[in-house]
Design a protein. Structure first.
Ligand code: AMP
Ligand code: GLY
Length: 429
């Protein structure tokens, strides 16, 4: 069995780890490939020098190397149509087609879909650059805080929470100017601010059936207590047991995942792959904050180490329409992933700092590499988010967090920055 992973961040390192450790993969003498250079994935996969956006070269590589399954990690190749490209060549791939990936690449599409399918989400209105006056009138008459979201992909930076009209108006002027958000901001939505606790739910689906992986919780803000700038994610814990009640699972399945999959299929946009549901739990009811068309980062680095059943078979089942036959088994364990970042992230930061101590971490901890580079035998920082340090425990989430932090301390690089409170919402209960 030969497998190709597209993407080379922490999420893809975790996918490589999970595929490599699956019995179905291990028992074949197959090869695992990953695009780009991720020194952490090198243990499991051979790196190939093709950009995730070079869809033609990727499909040619897959044909030439008898790839049985390609796993698309990031949203950009999916929104460009990597799945359509592979399917047209008769190749198997995990991930949605371009018209289904729009659930992430257009916030307006996603909100309209939710409206049509009756999925609980914040009330919203959408606007485009040619109705600035209507948008301004809305901003003058609506309630605050107000959430403004650029329509297109914006790497987590296109969501602004405005506390008053002036902030909101400045934001839409910035959206329309195109300076910061390019085409992404030429259309935007304004939606009601929801108060509650966020949880990330991965539904792996073949378009009809799905399985829910254990719930996780991301920590999107740069500073402790969920304060400061929004980032791609500074850490994650799994499972979030307080929300994994039968009642909540029933609500998420029946009010969110099932109606969305059914609606997408009916609209000729069947969604296959991982439907990432970013939810806000408001008074025991789940509301959708966002959908993504892929696994989350850093949630994947916390969720995958807890999957006991064969992960590679799960991905094949999605691509081969046999999810109803897949029996998910989850370990009775806990994980806490702490992201080690470069000081300055999510704004500007320096790269090229030597990383030491990676060989000192212990066996209850897995270090996934997010933004690193290998020169000779040494590893250097090469991104904002550098490493994802996942502690695992079979007793409690606090033990998992303790392991993650003890190991995070052993790893050294200049300007290392990390949040000290990953899991705080679950630990203080
Ligand atoms: P998104 O990219 O849509 O997930 O938004 C980024 C972050 O903004 C979310 O993780 C939330 O913390 C926050 N956010 C987005 N929409 C809302 C909302 N309607 N109410 C409150 N917070 C929100
Ligand atoms: N952790 C948030 C995301 O992957 O979009």
């Amino acid at each position: 069995m030969n497998i190709l992973i597209v993407g080379n961040g922490g999420r893809e390192n975790a996918i490589a780890y999970a595929v490599y450790n699956s019995d179905s993969f291990k028992k074949t003498s197959g090869k695992l490939y990953i695009t780009g250079n991720n020194p952490g994935a090198e243990i499991y996969a051979e790196s190939i020098n093709i950009e995730p956006t070079d869809l033609k070269s990727l499909s040619e590589f897959a044909l030439l190397n008898n790839i049985d399954l390609t796993i698309a990690g990031p949203e950009i190749p999916l929104s460009m149509g990597i799945t359509d490209e592979f399917i047209s060549k008769g190749l198997k791939i995990f991930g949605p087609a371009k018209n289904a990936a729009e659930i992430e690449s257009s916030k307006i599409f996603s909100k309209e879909l939710m409206k049509k399918a009756g999925v609980p989400t914040a009330e919203f209105r959408s606007f485009s650059a040619d109705d600035m006056k209507t948008a301004e009138d809305h901003l003058r008459s609506t309630e605050y805080p107000l959430v403004l979201k650029a329509d297109g992909l914006a790497a987590g930076k296109g969501v602004i929470i405005a506390d008053n009209f002036d902030e909101a108006f400045d934001t839409i002027k910035e959206f329309y100017s195109g300076d910061k958000f390019g085409e992404s901001g030429k259309r935007f939505i304004a939606e009601r601010f929801l108060t509650g606790e966020e949880v990330s739910v991965f539904a792996v689906t073949d378009g009809t059936d799905h399985v829910l992986l254990p719930f996780s919780q991301d920590h999107k803000k740069i500073s402790e207590g969920e304060t400061g700038r929004n980032t791609g994610g500074m850490g994650a814990v799994c499972p979030v047991k307080k929300f994994m009640t039968d009642e909540m699972v029933f609500k998420i399945n029946s009010k969110i995942v099932e109606p969305v999959l059914k609606q997408m299929k009916a609209d000729g946009r069947e969604f296959k792959g991982c439907l990432y549901c970013g939810l806000m739990i408001v008074n025991d009811d789940p509301f959708v904050i966002e959908f993504n068309c892929r696994f989350g980062d850093p949630e994947t680095q916390a969720v995958l180490p807890l999957i006991e059943s064969d992960f590679t078979e799960l991905l094949f089942a999605s691509a081969e329409n046999s999810i109803s036959e897949y029996k998910l088994k989850v370990k009775d364990e806990y994980s806490c992933c702490v992201v080690l970042a470069s000081e300055g992230y999510p704004d500007s930061y320096e790269k090229g700092k030597l990383i030491t101590g990676l060989d000192k971490t212990d066996s209850s901890c897995i270090v996934f590499q997010s933004g690193t580079k290998k020169t000779g035998n040494e590893i250097f920082t090469d991104g904002g988010r550098v490493l994802s340090v996942t502690g695992i425990s079979n007793t409690s989430l606090s033990e998992a967090a303790k392991t993650a932090y003890e190991n995070a301390d052993k790893i050294k690089f200049e300007n290392k920055y990390f949040r000290k409170d990953i899991g705080f919402r679950q630990l203080n209960k």
